[in-house]
Design a binder for this molecule. Structure first.
Ligand SMILES: [Zn+2]
Length: 280
């Protein structure tokens, strides 16, 4: 997920909410939507008011001419007749992609709002900080910003083969690239070398950036790379990896769905290796 075309982000709420403002209202992890299962719709801020639903409002920015806000509804908010609360994942391929991307952004802001009501240092109720998206403690001055956790994904290549692994948490038979969260003190390249060594016991070189993807479950930024094999034998870490193998670029196993950056990384790399092999 990424910033949709024509979306102008901002955290400053307009003085008056214009008609047609869209409200991305969450009750816990679920988004309030109308319409049908196959064609869900997002309520306007005015419609939310007519339903009697309120909560802390965070301005997100404008999609074209439509201002967008995130609303954190209370856990006890009732489901209004004709509307429903839906998990974000259930809205993939149903909600238009720009709205889905803003919903994912709204979810992360609402989640941050909900988990930073009190100062993490002294426990005093926090307040919104003027001029930026942050919460501050009136007692000790501690400031908390929305959290984004960088993670890396890497597809290791060796000649015309790629290294794919099946994590214990994956559905049986599905293989993917390696991934892991950055630890304090690491660069992204440090993280790649450490994770590959820990997960499969292999060394890598020539780390090359591919693309990145915001992922709202719960607040990660996945940064994807390719890297070339530089030594070692595959020795999977049994706590995380059920199986890891080299796969020839024309013999791929079952892969993650196309919505994931993992699939785009694998498809693009396999295409490149296949064309290099054809030329050699
Ligand atoms: Zn404090």
């Amino acid at each position: 997920m990424h910033t949709p075309e024509g979306f102008l982000p901002s955290h400053t709420l307009p003085a008056a909410m214009p008609a047609g403002s869209l409200a991305f209202a969450f009750r816990e992890a679920k988004l309030l939507v109308g319409g049908t299962d196959d064609a869900p719709s997002i309520p306007t801020h005015a419609e939310l008011g007519q339903m009697g639903l309120t909560g802390p409002v965070h301005y997100l920015g404008a999609l074209g001419h439509a201002p967008c806000v995130a609303v954190a509804l209370p856990e006890t908010a009732p489901e209004p007749s004709g509307w429903r609360f839906a998990g974000l994942r259930s809205l993939f391929f149903k909600l238009p992609e720009p709205l889905l991307a803003i919903a994912a952004r709204a979810f992360q802001i609402v989640e941050w709002d909900r988990t930073h009501c009190y100062c993490g240092r002294c426990g005093t109720p926090t307040r919104e900080r003027q001029g930026e998206r942050a919460k501050e403690c009136p007692a000790c001055g501690h400031v908390a910003f929305p959290r984004v956790s960088p993670a890396m994904m890497v597809l290791v290549t060796r000649g015309h083969e790629v290294l794919l692994a099946r994590a214990n948490r994956f559905p049986a038979a599905m293989f993917s690239a390696l991934a892991g969260f950055v630890e304090p003190g690491e660069t992204i390249e440090d993280c790649i070398r450490r994770e590959v060594r820990e997960e499969v016991g292999v060394e890598v070189a020539n780390i090359t950036y591919f693309a990145s993807q915001s992922w709202a479950f719960p607040h990660s930024l996945m940064i994807a790379f390719t890297a070339e094999y530089a030594g070692g034998e595959i020795a999977p870490d049994a706590t995380e990896i059920a199986e890891a193998r080299w796969f020839a670029c024309d013999a791929m196993p079952s892969l993650p769905p196309s919505v994931s950056i993992a699939r785009r990384l694998i498809d693009a790399t396999v295409r490149r290796l296949a064309s290099e092999r054809a030329r050699s």
